[in-house]
Write a protein that binds this ligand. Structure first.
Ligand code: NAD
Ligand code: IPM
Ligand code: MN
Length: 355
């Protein structure tokens, strides 16, 4: 299996290095061969080659069976030409590979209940949500877009746009995911205000005709954001557009303990999938061996499951993570007040030992 590794910026290289140790261990333990090749993306690519997504990186990703990514971005690139910002590299590779379906599973490890911000009685009801986020359309990519001036003052806009086929294919992914879970899908939109959302809702309802075994509900995004903290146990699969999915998945991350815990899979038809933590490059803790590597380690597990159909190998990683948390290992983002935190490397050491 060929994996293209894109460490990126900030904590990216640190967390990816630890995740690769876990991948190596899976290879040894299960007799699997993983061949990895590295490429530049984001700020490091801008520094080396002047663009956030060099053609060579795209070519290497296309040749691979899967892509593992750390994170991109950082304050040193916040003031450069927006057309070549680090984030454009990430958006570019998602678009190039046609990765329209972003699966962001947010579940609370029971060992981490103490790191959860919600009341214990709410936590006890369980917290296991799959955010299915549309990833190659919506306001992130809609045209026209503008950053300039009008009537003598600064003026800017973006366009939230969806074609029926884009909505239909992401709805399908959500309904299929629900079939493997508890059979419920909640579609999140803003159909009381936005035209694009009315199209969204209509098409989701229409596609649902092919999935009558699945229970479909709808929420406006403002209410969904509130319900997610009020009682997350009401949700199973949540399907939504690019921007709402970005925001709701960070919220889901916080209620499961920390953004440092949440993996993701970005999938399309025919191209290699991309696997990455949902968090960013965390410039505030970069280079200090403080980052939580579990989101990236769990992204490797998603890669094994989704890209390589290696369920047993994926289970092995997930069990090792659970055991590590059970043993009390905590990085700074999930440690209780007064508790002792370990670093990025030590956390991965513990996971390796538990495999
Ligand atoms: P962020 O996710 O990088 O950080 C938010 C907070 O969470 C910070 O306090 C950070 O220290 C903490 N955090 C994040 N990951 C952590 C981990 N693994 N372990 C412990 N703590 C962790 O979001 P931000 O600060 O808004 O963005 C920083 C940069 O990252 C920006 O340039 C942004 O564009 C970029 N970004 C990239 C991605 C990506 O590559 N997928 C995602 C989000 C943000
Ligand atoms: C994420 C990030 C990206 C997004 C940015 C960095 C382009 O926030 O992966 O969640 O908004 O998709
Ligand atoms: Mn995000």
């Amino acid at each position: 299996m060929k994996i293209c590794v894109l460490p990126g910026d900030g904590i990216g290289p640190e967390i990816v290095a630890q995740a690769l140790r876990v991948l190596d261990k899976v290879g040894d333990k299960f007799g699997r061969g993983f061949e990895t090749t590295e490429a530049l993306i984001g700020g490091c690519a801008i520094d080396a080659e002047g663009v956030p997504l060099p053609a060579d990186t795209v070519a290497k990703c296309r040749k691979a069976d899967a892509v593992l990514l750390g994170a991109v971005g950082g304050p040193q690139w916040d003031t450069i030409d927006p057309a070549i910002r680090p984030e454009k590299g990430l958006l570019g590779i998602r678009k190039e590979l046609g990765l329209f379906a972003n699966l962001r599973p947010a579940r609370l490890f029971k060992e981490l209940a103490d790191a959860c911000y919600l009341r214990p009685d709410i936590v006890a009801r369980g917290l296991d949500v799959m955010v299915v986020r549309e990833l190659t359309g919506g306001i992130y990519f809609g045209e026209p877009r503008y950053d300039g001036e009008k009537d003598g003052e600064r003026f800017g806009f973006n366009t939230m746009a969806y074609f029926e086929h884009e909505i239909r294919r992401i709805a399908k992914v959500a309904f299929e995911a629900a079939r493997k879970r508890s059979g419920r899908v909640c579609s999140v939109d803003k159909a009381n205000v936005l035209d694009v959302s009315r199209v969204w809702r209509e098409i989701v309802i229409d596609e649902h005709k092919n999935y009558q075994d699945i229970e479909l509900s709808h929420l406006y995004v403002d209410n969904a954001a509130m319900q997610l903290v009020r009682d997350p146990s009401q949700f199973d699969v949540v399907v939504t557009g690019n921007l709402f999915g970005d925001i709701l998945s960070d919220e889901a991350a916080a209620i499961t303990g920390s953004i440092g815990m949440l993996p993701s899979a970005s999938l399309g038809a025919g191209n290699p999938g991309l696997f990455e933590p949902i968090h960013g490059s965390a410039p505030d803790i970069a280079g200090k061996d403080l980052a939580n590597p579990l989101a990236t380690i769990l992204s490797v597990s998603m890669m094994l499951r989704h890209a390589f159909d290696m369920g047993e190998e994926a289970d092995c990683i997930e069990r090792a993570v659970e055991k590590t948390l059970e043993q009390g290992y905590r990085t700074g983002d999930i440690v209780q007040e007064g508790g002792k935190a370990v670093g990025c490397t030590a956390m991965a050491d513990a996971v390796l030992a538990n495999m």
